[in-house]
Design a binder for this molecule. Structure first.
Ligand code: FEO
Length: 396
């Protein structure tokens, strides 16, 4: 499938309807994804990014509908992760004299992946390459989301190709943002931001501030996953700024797992306490909830309340990916608290609190424990705990 997205610029990528887990990231992709590659037919035919290796034949076939792939002169590798560079060897077998353009770290990384003596041209921010009627302008974007990441801007057509930034894992019949379901689009854009970009939120704000003064007209933002933003393309940039600020709504999320329902009853009583204070909350049983979806709810909430019974002197294993996600994604502007039932030794609450400290999420107060199944007075204490957390949620 090939699509002309504007004069002489073609989407030659692949829609991956089957993808349900994104490669090594353990990232759920309920709606599939796409690997977007762009072919620019100017005097020097240019390919911006490739696709994941298993789809290399489809990419070459797509290109072949438009030109002989041997005529490609420039291949831009905005980012070396193999969902974008995986088909580079196939492209270079067709066009062995093409120049591979990448950031300096991108060159190192592509060389490290493929060990090939290709013609490399490292570029830095502000470098331009004329390809005929248009120029390619490069902007390094380290840590958005890898050290090698780079944006390519096509003058004349005014297209920003920022690779992973502004993407979505969203397989669709259509290629443009105005052609798809807006609710789904933003659910996927947010999930992508939360699970991939959140740790680099400060870099997002800096990069956008750096690009603004360049005054580049932007008619399209064409990322490497999901749809192309052509209708009001800056809407996703504005959303990124908003998400990067990490200003949560005054709401709470209670994440728990349970063995024999004791910790569940505690979670529900804490929820009642939050509601008493007018705080909107969600209760997520992490044993049956997708981890990445749960982390989206953590991102949205101000107050994160995590509960587990004590099992073998620790927490239930299903809790650990959430705790690890909170640490790795470096959520900001949160407050936290822990709770849990136990039968014998009761370490789970302290362990969760240790994790909160490691995540630099301040604790509102010490956690609540309940020995065996909660009695009426235990549930009353949980409700009071919820009320205190509700007050803190309002006041923080
Ligand atoms: Fe879509 Fe960082 O790869």
């Amino acid at each position: 499938m090939v699509m002309e997205i504007t004069d002489d610029v073609y989407w030659v990528g692949v829609v991956d309807w089957d993808l349900r887990h994104f490669h090594g990231y353990e990232l759920s992709t309920h709606r599939g994804s796409s690997y977007n590659a762009y072919l620019i037919l100017d005097e020097r035919p240019t390919l911006v990014d490739t696709v994941w290796g298993p789809f290399e034949d489809e990419l070459i076939e797509n290109i072949s509908h438009l030109i002989d792939p041997a005529k490609i002169e420039i291949v831009v590798a905005n980012h070396s992760e193999t969902d974008h560079s995986g088909a580079l060897p196939a492209v270079m077998r067709c066009a062995p004299n093409a120049t591979v353009v990448a950031s300096r770290r991108g060159v190192q990384s592509v060389e490290g992946h493929y060990h090939q003596p290709w013609n490399f041209k490292p570029v830095v921010t502000g470098d331009k390459i004329s390809i005929g009627k248009s120029d390619l302008l490069f902007v390094e974007a380290p840590m958005l989301h890898w050290p090698d990441s780079m944006f390519t801007y096509l003058t004349g057509r005014n297209i920003l190709m920022p690779n992973d930034a502004f993407g979505q894992h969203y397989a669709t019949a259509f290629r443009f943002n105005d052609q798809v379901n807006q609710k789904e689009l933003y659910e996927e854009a947010l999930k992508y931001y939360v699970n991939i970009v959140t740790p680099f939120s400060a870099q997002v704000i800096r990069k956008i501030e750096e690009i603004k003064p360049l005054g580049l007209p932007i008619e399209m933002i064409a990322p490497s996953h999901g749809v192309i933003w052509r209708d009001q393309p800056m809407q996703i940039v504005e959303k990124y700024v908003q998400w990067a600020m990490q200003e949560p709504t005054p709401s709470a999320v209670i994440l728990f797992d349970t063995m024999w329902q004791g910790t569940r009853h505690m979670a529900e009583a804490i929820g009642q306490g939050l509601a008493d204070k007018g705080i909107d909350y969600k209760i997520l049983h992490v044993g049956v909830t997708d981890r990445n979806d749960a982390l989206v709810e953590v991102f949205k909430a101000r107050t994160v309340i995590i509960g587990s019974p004590t099992v073998n002197g620790g927490v239930l294993p299903s809790i650990m990916p959430i705790l690890e996600g909170c640490r790795g994604l470096k959520f900001q502007n949160k407050i936290g608290a822990a709770f849990g039932s136990y039968g014998w030794s009761g370490e789970s609450v302290e362990l969760i609190e240790e994790h909160f400290r490691a995540c630099e999420i301040p604790l509102v107060r010490e956690g609540v424990k309940c020995k065996w199944q909660p009695r009426e007075e235990d549930l009353a204490e949980c409700r009071k705990f919820g009320q205190e957390l509700g007050e803190a949620t309002k006041n923080e």
